[in-house]
Design a binder for this molecule. Sequence first.
Ligand SMILES: [Zn+2]
Length: 151
Amino acid sequence: MYCKKCGKMVEDGSTFCPYCGADLREEQVEVNENEVAEAAPANEDNGPWKVFALVGYILGIVSLAGSILFIGLGTGVPGIVLSILGKKSTNPDRQQKAAKGLKLSIWGLIISTVLYIVLIVVLTILVMNGTIDAESVEFLEFLGIDVNMGN
Ligand SMILES: [Zn+2]
């Protein structure tokens, strides 16, 4: 190879020109940096994961917002599953949504379950005390509560 500064012939792979002292590594380093930049993977998510993330997030909101009506009993588990799958998305925005969806779904499921149990316990106590009338007993049976107290 030849020195690009003084043009004299130098040994191949030399880092410095022995005649003029020019740094001969410069060009090679620049090329390597360009190769690294081009080799970086594109941050594109074309898979189903970002859809799962969005649906999981929506189910999480529905689960928590509807927990007073026990909606989380139905939407909580699908919300948790889809949010976990959605975390596989390489899209950062969808990853955040999936993480939020997971928390919302878990809380929606927990609150819905707790409220449902509280309702059943309270109504059962009211039936045992004789506070509730026949129409309410039919409603309790509809909820799956055994009100046959053994007459
Ligand atoms: Zn030189």
